[in-house]
Design a protein around this ligand. Structure first.
Ligand code: ADP
Length: 621
């Protein structure tokens, strides 16, 4: 039973949508942060391609590297730092940040010297209020005492300027991606320093992209590529080799790049190496992000779910409705398209669209629905196969039945014809009325016999095909024989048969079959032509072929019937409206026999303009 199309498609659409939405919800509920972090990093890297090498920044960094240590014959001592601070201060910086490791006794690890020198350093920094010594320690709620360095440096306050790394969250890969700018309602030092340049963020609620995480407020770092901040060497600063006013109004961050401890470094979206970036540069990135207040904003979860649902529905539609190759192409393009749009939003608007869930939706929906489609199509082709088998069995039965019937009809027809001849030859004079009746009987039984013969031939073609019995024959002779046989029929309709037969070499054909082809064509030409018209038969050699044409001035064949004219049992509309009898098998058999000889038969005709049938046979080599 046929299901109405509208009902079928509605049911299917509803079912597909249901499964797509279900799949999308399942996929969205998966925690794919480790993949998402990878896509975040990738977008960060791509973003930096579009940035200038040196960014416009109020931050300058100063590094102590191996060369510095070599030159000073060891880590810079307190006395070197006194020179450093005096030099930098002479430029009138906004802030100096000491980014050094501190041990449990609250002493600098990499700055040493005698007690005297230490005291001198303490005296020197006393006059510099805008100096901050960074610490990872967070001042806990309720603890009033501010943490300080151990005496004699206890005049120096330690400021919480923490770093975070994704060790137990998000990417789980130890990469630094976040800034913690507030902990237990207490602001960290980075937003305070950044607010000198961007007063808007004095109100931390204004910090873009912020989220709550473990009693703290955080946001994502808008990274700049390594080397984006102007960087100076420690020894150049103390030797006064840096340009005048290089630090004027700047935030100067001093720290180590001597590869002494991995604690001086962090891994970043650019590289997961543990020494990918100095903490100094990471701190610069954190503060710069807050100054520009342009942290990437992660779009809310519901939007991620909606995008995943839409992508799932689209994937299911493409997988089930398009051809496999095209579907794959479109899904590939969708994958790139989504990645491109997400990257564009990230770079231009700082919007972070999740990619892991939509991508997984494309893969899963594709791999889940492809087998479903295969099963469905397999079942369909199996049904087609069964139907086809049944049809050919029915066709076979029909052919057998027609052949059997026709065969059995041949004997009574032969008897009728025989008896008619007996009456014709009887010396008893027939009345004109009786003679007319006898003529009708003879014609009718002739027609019937032709019809039965055509059916029998058709039956044998369909069941076992026809064997060729070829002989070398003069085609013109065969044509002449056929004309002779049909002369009586032509005379009845006063039709003139004109033969223009060029002499030709004999060629090997099955004479009986070929005669039948010509008979069918000539008989049609006479049958479908008006009285007193002409039928032309022409033969000639052309290249390696023999051409035999039958042209009449008859009713012609309508344009729309021409493509079907050689089909079995086909009769044109104009022929069916006349009293001319026919089985629709003559041309089918003619074409079959001609093609058996590796020739071809064509027709050129239009309604009321006559018809020309052309048989082309290959010449013997
Ligand atoms: P039929 O026994 O009906 O003549 P054919 O297979 O010989 O069967 O021809 C198929 C149909 O093609 C005919 O029924 C007729 O409609 C059309 N046809 C064939 N020959 C001619 C012709 N010379 N002029 C017009 N129509 C023709």
């Amino acid at each position: 039973m046929e299901i109405p199309k509208s009902k079928l498609s509605f049911k299917y659409i509803a079912l597909r949508t249901f499964f797509a939405v279900l799949a999308a919800f399942l996929i969205s509920s998966l925690k794919l942060d480790f993949i998402e972090s990878y896509f975040f990093d990738l977008r960060t890297v791509i973003k930096t391609f579009f940035e200038p090498k040196q960014i416009d920044t109020p931050i300058a960094i100063v590094l102590i590297d191996d060369k510095t240590i070599e030159k000073l014959q060891g880590d810079p001592k307190f006395k070197d730092h006194i020179r450093f601070i005096n030099q930098v201060s002479s430029h009138n910086p906004k802030y100096i940040i000491y980014e050094f490791r501190i041990n449990d006794n609250n002493e600098f690890i990499d700055i040493t010297g005698t007690l005297e020198e230490k005291k001198e350093f303490a005296d020197a920094v006393k006059n510099i209020p805008n100096l901050a010594v960074s610490t990872q320690d967070l001042q806990m709620r309720g603890v009033m005492q501010k943490p300080t360095l151990a005496p004699p440096l206890d005049g120096l306050t330690l400021f919480s300027m923490p770093f975070t790394a994704d060790n137990k969250s998000f990417g789980n890969d130890g990469v630094s991606r976040r800034i913690m700018f507030q902990y237990q309602d207490k602001s960290m030092m980075q937003p305070i320093i950044a607010s000198y340049y961007n007063p808007e963020i004095q109100n931390v609620e204004r910090i873009r992209g912020q989220f709550f995480y473990l009693d703290s407020l955080q946001t994502y770092i808008n990274f700049h590529a390594k080397g984006s901040f102007p960087s100076y060497k420690f020894e150049d600063v103390i030797d006064q080799k840096v340009p005048k006013n290089a630090f004027e109004n700047k935030i100067v961050i001093l720290g180590s790049d001597a590869e002494k401890s991995i604690k001086d470094y962090a891994s970043t979206p650019f590289s997961r190496e543990s020494t990918a970036m100095t903490k100094v540069e990471l701190q610069a990135n954190q503060i710069q992000t807050l100054i520009d207040n342009n942290s990437p904003v992660r779009v809310p979860k519901p939007i991620d779910i909606v995008i995943t649902i839409l992508i799932s529905m689209f994937t299911v539609y493409v997988t089930l409705s398009l051809t496999p190759a095209r579907g794959l192409l479109i899904l590939g393009a969708t994958l790139f398209g989504v990645a491109f749009i997400a990257t564009f939003f990230f770079i231009v608007f700082g919007l972070w669209l999740d990619l892991a869930h939509p991508f997984l939706a494309i893969f899963l929906c594709y791999y889940f629905f492809i087998p479903y489609r295969l099963i469905r199509e397999n079942r369909k082709s199996w049904e087609y196969y069964q139907k086809h088998k049944l049809l050919s069995e029915v066709e076979q039965l029909k052919t057998n039945f027609i052949s059997m019937m026709s065969h059995d009809l041949k004997t009574p027809i032969a008897r009728i014809t025989g008896m008619t001849e007996v009456i014709y030859k009887d010396p008893v004079q027939l009345s004109p009325h009786q003679r007319e009746a006898l003529d009708t009987i003879r014609h009718s039984s002739d027609d019937l016999l032709k019809f039965i013969n055509a059916i029998l031939q058709y039956g044998s073609i369909e069941s076992q095909g026809v064997q060729l019995h070829k002989q070398s024959k003069d085609i013109n002779q065969l044509v002449a024989d056929v004309v002779k046989k049909h002369q009586f029929l032509a005379n009845v309709k006063k039709i003139k048969i004109v033969q223009e037969l060029e002499p030709m070499f004999p060629t090997s054909v099955d004479p009986e079959l070929m005669k039948q082809v010509f008979s069918n064509l000539l008989e049609n030409a006479i049958k479908y032509s008006p009285d007193e018209s002409m039928v032309h038969i022409r033969t000639r050699e052309e290249n390696d072929s023999l051409i035999i044409e039958f042209q009449d001035q008859g009713m012609g064949i309508p344009q729309e019937d021409l493509p079907n004219i050689f089909m079995k049992f086909f009769r044109t509309h104009n022929a069916k409206t006349t009293t001319i009898k026919g089985s629709g098998l003559g041309l089918y058999l003619a074409q079959y026999f001609v093609e058996l000889h590796k020739g071809k038969i064509t027709v050129d005709s239009s309604q009321d303009k006559g018809s020309k049938f052309t048989v082309e046979l290959p010449l013997d080599k």
